[in-house]
Design a protein around this ligand. Structure first.
Ligand SMILES: *Cc1c(COP(=O)(O)O)cnc(C)c1O
Length: 457
């Protein structure tokens, strides 16, 4: 055990006294006690009681290459000794920062050839939100400021990020959204598709974008943002008709298309980026999470030639940036992370081997009485819980239902996430077939438990 951990004998009490956690009910958490995670390796984490868990959620969608990569630690250590920090504001850069920009552009191409660095996905949201307005203003379209996003989308937790996101319960805290952001429906067929086929429903919700552009006036709309597959909203895989129609509408009305790649990027869907899986080219694409596999905080916005050219030729100074934009140690870790993904062929592994294997394993749950649908793309999957298969009826308290099944899985040593009544998988890209079996088996046991203990639900 390291020095910091070994000097504190009562971390739980200290944590309750001093540490406010993100997205947490602190009264409830302090009553139940915080779980202290103090070690990890591969796809496994250990808590302070010595209990081992299979982390089928890759931390928080991010540890794509798995835990315990000594070469990433070495790269960060070497960079920290050579040059721990320098800024990129006043005509300077550092070698790993510049090389990372080149590397990311190489993977994202053909037109996403530029990167603006941040330290997180939320900061990336704030960054592109300003870029799209600056872009249109520079072209003389002063009124093109409005941004269209989706209900139940997630784009981070800063003021712009939470406003762009479509979580009502987030908006209620802090008087959000800020001015100029509009939300259309999500392509969540299971919950909202009614009697329509998924394909018809996909077209219908995509066309809400067109209706919203017409309502606001094309001359007032700057951009549309969406995650290729909605992550925190519950791994909502859109019907096949959805993205082609979105692409058509953005092109027709000449509004910028922003693909939030914070989860889908860096191999999760069996492609380097989610837009490549769905076959479209965004104008801007925020990235974070898998960029460094979470080893150090770093994010950014991929910027297309079209937008970057205007930034260079027309905008002049762009008054935006973070002290740690392109931090050299984080960039060195990210470069090594990407090198590992390449060397081990992890993107191809997800596409050709372990992604299809997860899909098959999840499909084996489809006939369970408590399962409405089981879907996945690559290593991003969801199992929808239902109270009645035939009518797609939900449990009365979906959040409690999902949380109770999640607790069963965690107690059994498998960490999954529940968003409402959808059980989510997002394991490290190195997960083995037997570990997939273990994770899906734990969920099956949890669903069996739910069936036996469903009460009135
Ligand atoms: C996590 C996430 C963000 C926010 O990233 P942070 O690093 O938590 O600020 C933004 N967009 C999507 C799609 C995400 O999943």
């Amino acid at each position: 055990m390291n020095k910091i951990a070994s000097t504190a004998s009562n971390l739980g009490a200290i944590d309750a006294a001093h540490h406010l956690h993100p997205f947490s009910n602190m009264k409830k958490l302090n009553a139940e006690g915080t779980k202290i995670i103090n070690r990890a390796d591969g796809v496994h984490i250990w808590d302070s009681t010595g209990k081992k868990y299979l982390d089928a959620f890759a931390g928080l969608w991010c540890v794509n290459v798995g835990y315990g990569r000594k070469s990433i630690a070495d790269a960060a250590y070497a960079q920290m000794q050579e040059l721990p920090y320098y800024n990129t504001f006043f005509g300077t850069t550092t070698p790993p920062t510049t090389l990372l920009a080149q590397k990311v552009a190489e993977k994202a191409g053909p037109t996403l050839n530029h990167v603006f660095f941040s330290n997180s996905g939320s900061e990336a949201s704030d960054t592109w939100f300003r870029i799209v307005r600056v872009y249109w203003k520079a072209l003389g379209h002063e009124t093109k400021t409005q941004v269209i996003a989706r209900k139940n989308g997630y784009h981070g937790s800063t003021v712009a990020g939470a406003s762009l996101g479509g979580m009502k319960w987030m908006h209620e805290q802090g008087n959000l959204p800020i001015e100029g952001i509009h939300h259309i429906n999500q392509p969540y067929w299971y919950a909202e598709g009614g009697d329509m086929t998924p394909e018809d429903f996909g077209l219908k919700v995509a066309r809400e974008l067109e209706d919203k552009i017409i309502e606001l006036g094309e001359e007032n709309v700057a951009a549309f943002v969406a995650e290729p597959i909605q992550g925190a909203g519950g791994v909502i895989v859109p019907p096949s008709t959805y993205w082609p129609e979105i692409k058509r509408i953005c092109a027709k009305y000449k509004i910028l298309l922003v693909a939030d790649e914070v989860i889908c990027g860096f191999g999760r869907l069996g492609t380097w980026f989610g837009h490549q899986y769905f076959g479209f080219e965004p104008d801007l694409a925020p990235i974070a999470k898998g960029l460094s596999s979470g080893y150090l905080p770093i994010g950014g916005v991929l910027v297309s030639d079209r937008v970057a050219q205007v930034m260079m030729d027309e905008v002049g100074d762009f008054y935006h940036g973070y002290t740690y934009s392109g931090h050299p140690v984080a960039a060195a870790a990210a470069l090594e992370n990407i090198r590992i993904i390449e060397e081990e062929g992890l993107v191809e592994r997800v596409r050709d081997d372990i992604g299809p294997y997860l899909a098959e394993a999840l499909a084996s749950l489809a006939d369970h009485d408590m399962v409405g649908e089981a879907v996945s793309v690559g290593l991003m999957g969801a199992v929808q819980i239902t109270a009645d298969k035939a009518t797609r009826q939900r449990f009365k308290k979906p959040d409690d239902t999902g949380a109770s099944v999640r607790n069963q899985c965690v107690n059994a040593g498998v960490v999954l996430r529940a968003t409402g009544d959808r059980m989510l998988f997002s394991p490290p890209l190195i997960i083995s077939r037997s570990e997939v079996d273990q994770a899906v088996g734990a969920l099956r046991d949890g669903l069996d438990w739910l069936k036996d203990n469903r009460g009135e639900g």
